[in-house]
Design a protein around this ligand. Structure first.
Ligand code: FEO
Length: 572
């Protein structure tokens, strides 16, 4: 066994300040090495936390930064402005990456009025524990800073918390969007000059954070459409969108329309700012979204009971993160119970918030109503690990697949018979893809694989969108293509064709070897090719992954590759 031990990285943090429009300054906190974020999706390119100063006759700071930038950010801010001269602190969203330093900023600028949605100011009050001047704003409200800088607020709930809003400066046509239109991508480049560099991260960020809220994306974009198109999207993460803003915004619309066209809806109920409820819910929602089922997340803390009842009425499946006991969120769960019916399916997971409603008690109450469980109860004994987030993602996919199975079978039957048989004559080899990222592991049987380039040597492989391993095959990720041997493939085929429970270790009972990169090779494979993902092409229900081969070996030079012949083209 040959395992490479990685040296711990030194965290590189730096600041970037630039004028991005008239009287508008970006203060960007560059977090070069951050490799985990909200739902523990692997970050390959770090991230940034962007905040902005707008100076009219009055001065507004839009968002702050993460606490890890305490010294750097506060020094930088004070170089730009005397905080006692700041009039407003606009809070787009209260997650710690945007609002972590709000208490410190307010300590330096106690005269500043905090501007935000009603929910944001409620959340902030829980964080700050001391009075502060505040101004609640609603969609369409304006704040005149003087010198033409009229800030107009756009309600954007669920993007990605119920507290979120965007802000549009009518003078500069800069749209401050916080999480919306962001990406986890850290570089010295202030703007989106090279689309190809950022496109994979932009899409991955959307898939993880926004796809579970696609309906809310479309609603917020409709409100944005009422304003002149922005010349600059001043997002909260990554390079600002200037050169390709229209296209990148349109991408959100296209992806969200595709995400919401599903006829069935699943809702994930969570409690914002409680334990890991939000992050785990995102992982479940992302898993559901992969199956093409429309998914929405709803916060039990801020939604009203009638809203919740209506949401349950529209949903074919419900996933519920345990709320804190004895709070309005628990009352909200009672409202779900009152509206649920036996044609729905349901799943439960703990929030690890310290005061969770007992999961068994709640699950039994739904069971008594006749609702089947979509996945086993997810109990959490410790701070959620990468493997647990993967489990939640896969549980969501199981839930989604339960809803789509009938439709999928109907689609298979509706194929043209001749075309179906003709497609069935496409043959392929038999392979097992394996991928490892930290504690997360994945494997799947594959046969839609082909060599795709000579220089460099590269392959293409089609991976269904609802395959668990898909998450581990983003641009820059490594995986291994294990080539199965003729005459020795049936055991491995049977093993990897099994339906695995969410989070199950696919490698139990299979002999493997570990490469220096940490990737796993099947010991019985005829050969293996270690690959690095270079590009992904969206092909409706599959991703076509193009990957460059970086290493490989043949166990038996005389062996032949196992092949797969089909009769019809409507399934594997
Ligand atoms: Fe970037 Fe939802 O925080």
């Amino acid at each position: 066994m040959n395992v490479a031990l990685e040296q711990p990285k030194t965290q590189r943090l730096s600041m970037q300040v630039a004028t991005v429009a008239a009287e508008t300054t970006a203060i960007r906190s560059l977090d070069w090495d951050r490799d985990r974020f909200d739902i523990e999706f692997g970050l390959r390119n770090g991230t940034t936390y962007n905040s902005f100063l707008v100076r009219g006759d009055r001065v507004a700071l839009v968002d702050a930064s993460h606490r890890k930038f305490h010294d750097l950010y506060l020094a930088c801010l004070q170089e730009q402005i005397d905080p006692t001269q700041m009039d407003y602190l606009v809070i787009s969203h209260t997650e710690p990456d945007h609002s972590g330093l709000v208490p410190e900023v307010l300590a330096l600028a106690p005269q500043a009025t905090v501007v935000g949605t009603k929910v944001a100011l409620q959340f902030l009050a829980d964080l700050i524990h001391q009075p502060f001047a505040q101004k609640v704003v609603k969609n369409g409200d304006q704040l005149d800073l003087g010198q033409g800088h009229i800030l107009q607020f756009i309600n954007a709930p669920n993007l990605h918390w119920p507290d979120t809003m965007a802000t549009y400066d009518r003078k500069t046509q800069v749209l401050f969007t916080c999480d919306i239109f962001g990406m986890h991508y850290c570089s010295d480049r202030l703007y989106d000059e090279v689309l190809a560099d950022i496109a994979p991260d932009y899409r991955f960020y959307y898939d993880c954070l926004m796809a579970p809220n696609a309906r809310s994306v479309l609603s917020a974009m409709k409100r944005m459409d009422e304003l002149p198109p922005p010349v600059l999207v001043a997002n909260g993460h990554g390079p600002l969108l200037k050169h390709h803003a229209a296209q990148l915004m349109q991408n959100y619309r296209t992806w969200s329309e595709s995400q919401t066209k599903g006829e069935t809806l699943a809702t994930v109920f969570y409690t914002a700012e409680y334990g890991f409820s939000d992050r785990l819910s995102q992982a479940v929602a992302r898993g559901i979204a992969k199956t093409g089922v429309a998914v929405e997340m709803m916060d039990l803390r801020s939604a009203d009971l009638q809203e919740i009842r209506e949401q349950v009425g529209r949903s074919s499946a419900l996933a519920i993160a345990m709320p804190p006991a004895g709070t309005p969120a628990e009352t909200a769960v009672t409202a779900i119970l009152g509206s649920a019916h036996s044609k729905q399916t349901v799943g439960f997971f703990e929030s690890y918030g310290g005061d969770d409603l007992p999961i068994d008690v709640l699950a039994n109450r739904f069971r008594d109503l006749g609702l089947p469980l979509a996945f086993p109860l997810i109990r959490i004994q410790d701070t959620p690990s990468e493997a647990l987030y993967q489990l939640c993602d896969e549980a969501g996919t199981d839930l989604g697949q339960r809803l789509t199975v009938k439709k999928t079978v109907a689609q298979m039957k509706s194929l043209d018979v001749d075309l179906d048989r003709a497609m069935g004559r496409l043959a392929g080899g038999l392979y097992v893809l394996t991928a490892v990222q930290g504690a997360r592991k994945g494997a799947m049987l594959a046969s839609w694989v082909a060599q795709a380039s000579f220089k460099p040597l590269g392959i293409s492989v089609a991976v269904a969108k609802d395959r668990a391993i898909e998450t581990l095959m983003q641009v820059g990720d490594r995986f291994v293509l294990n080539v199965l041997a003729e005459g020795n493939a049936s055991g491995l085929m049977q093993h990897f064709l099994k339906r695995f429970a969410p989070g199950a270790d696919r490698f139990v009972g299979v002999k493997t070897q570990t490469l220096a990169s940490g990737q796993l090779v099947l010991s019985e494979a005829l050969s293996y090719i270690e690959c690095e993902v270079s590009q992904r092409l969206e092909a409706n229900d599959h991703w076509i992954v193009y990957a460059v081969a970086v290493d490989g070996k043949v166990a038996n030079p005389d062996g032949l590759t196992a092949t797969h012949h089909r009769k019809v083209g409507n399934h594997y």
